[in-house]
Design a protein around this ligand. Structure first.
Ligand SMILES: Nc1ncnc2c1ncn2[C@@H]1O[C@H](COP(=O)(O)OP(=O)(O)OP(=O)(O)O)[C@@H](O)[C@H]1O
Ligand SMILES: [Mg+2]
Length: 257
């Protein structure tokens, strides 16, 4: 991981407001009333989102909307927050990022966090297995044949798409039950984006949930069940994929894309 692990310092807790996330039954992840600050600047305002097991949910919004901050806050990497995070039935709000990873939350950062000097196999094997649902290495290689082919290559020799696959494979091998993916399609050629989409659908088929940050609306509509639109740190729309597709051009305008 490219991030230092956060301390166990408690985050403050605000009143739980679940109205914006709708029906929370069956959700593996529930974020309720999440606000976040950088110094005095408040960049998230009472965001409530939920993800079910085997469900793919996107957070769509223009640059600076607060998407990365929300993922980091869910993971416990950003500590100046209010709100609650419930994962797998447990309130993890006060837990460290390490403890959240052990509970089965897997963070895939936008820079992918690959160790350039280590091989693909070393990148996969370095992080500890933290959860009984961890994928054995054989399953990882079966799912990502290109990583098997490249297993002895150093991180520096991987393409952007291969790095993205390695970053996703690494958290699945650790045992993540829910992936927090920050713009996996960014900077990748359309054919590779398509492959990443197939992989996300395959992961979903394994019962793993995905909270996916995207600016690529077309890509989002090919992989997700539901979408939250984030603008200036607030959820402004919550749409199922049919509504999202029907309003695609309007949303592109709204997002300034
Ligand atoms: N380390 C930081 N210090 C101060 N402000 C920050 C910091 N990181 C982000 N911000 C601000 O917080 C807001 C939300 O940023 P965030 O990175 O979460 O947005 P984002 O939706 O992920 O944007 P992008 O699409 O560019 O990745 C922005 O106004 C940004 O300038
Ligand atoms: Mg971001």
């Amino acid at each position: 991981m490219s991030e230092p692990v956060a301390t166990d310092a408690p985050a403050s807790v605000a009143t739980t407001d679940r109205t914006a996330s709708g029906d929370t039954a069956g959700h593996v992840l529930d974020v309720a009333g999440m606000s976040a600050w950088y110094g005095e600047a408040r960049v998230l305002r009472e965001v409530s989102v939920g993800v079910g097991a085997g469900e793919v949910v996107t957070l769509v919004g223009r640059n600076g909307a607060g998407k990365t901050t929300l993922l980091r806050s869910v993971m416990g990497l950003h500590r100046h927050v209010e709100g609650t995070v419930t994962f797998d039935g447990a309130d993890v709000t006060r837990r460290s990022a390490d403890a959240r990873a052990k509970a089965g939350l897997g963070w895939v950062p936008d820079d992918r966090g690959i160790y350039a000097s280590l091989t693909v196999a070393e990148n996969l094997l370095l992080p500890p297995v933290v959860h009984p649902d961890a994928w054995p290495l054989e399953k990882v290689y079966e799912f990502f044949p290109v990583l098997h082919e490249r297993r002895d290559f150093p991180g520096t020799r991987l393409s952007g798409g291969e790095q993205q696959m390695l970053a996703m494979a690494r958290v699945l091998r650790m045992g993540s039950r829910l992936l927090l993916l920050d713009e996996p399609s960014e900077g990748l050629a359309p054919v590779i984006v398509q492959r990443i989409g197939e992989i996300i659908r395959e992961i979903k088929g394994q019962g793993v949930g995905v909270l996916l940050v995207e600016q690529n609306v077309k890509f989002a509509s090919t992989v997700a069940d539901r979408h939250y639109l984030l603008a200036q740190g607030q959820v402004v729309e919550h749409l199922d994929n049919d509504e999202f597709r029907a309003r695609e051009s309007e949303l592109l305008t709204h997002l300034g894309m």
